[in-house]
Ligand binder design. Structure first.
Ligand code: AMP
Length: 114
């Protein structure tokens, strides 16, 4: 998508702090971290949010969760626990309309979330 900020990051048109990349997925540091570890797992294919996905994406979502676990297992902040968050729609806090999964760790993550 031409004007999507995450598509621009994926294309290398906007700089980012890259943590991991492969043909399906980009993992970057969040520009405004809400925890000592705050990464964004961003699929390279553009989807608005989970309402925009079909059964074709089932494997991709599983892959993203497995990668999130892999990354968390190597991070010192995530040793005592971590959270994966995905916001759908502005009422839920979505501000970038290219699906992404927040990986948060390193502070007390309260429940229920705000
Ligand atoms: P959400 O509010 O769930 O849509 O999450 C969007 C996230 O993207 C926020 O946590 C922002 O801080 C983050 N963000 C926005 N622009 C950038 C950027 N250029 N690089 C890294 N993270 C970004």
């Amino acid at each position: 998508m031409e004007n999507c900020i995450f598509c621009k990051i994926i294309r290398g048109e906007i700089p980012s702090k890259k943590v991991y990349e492969d043909e399906h997925l980009l993992v970057i540091e969040d520009v405004s971290p809400q925890a000592p570890l705050h990464l964004l797992l961003v699929p390279k294919k553009h989807f608005v949010n989970c309402l925009d996905m079909t059964a074709e994406e089932d494997a991709l979502v599983g892959y993203i969760f497995r990668k999130a676990g892999e990354i968390a297992s190597k991070d010192v902040y995530a040793q005592s626990g971590f959270r994966i968050v995905q916001n759908n729609g502005s009422g839920a806090g979505q501000s970038v309309f290219h699906i992404h999964f927040h990986l948060l760790a390193g502070r007390n993550l309260v429940w229920p979330p705000g």
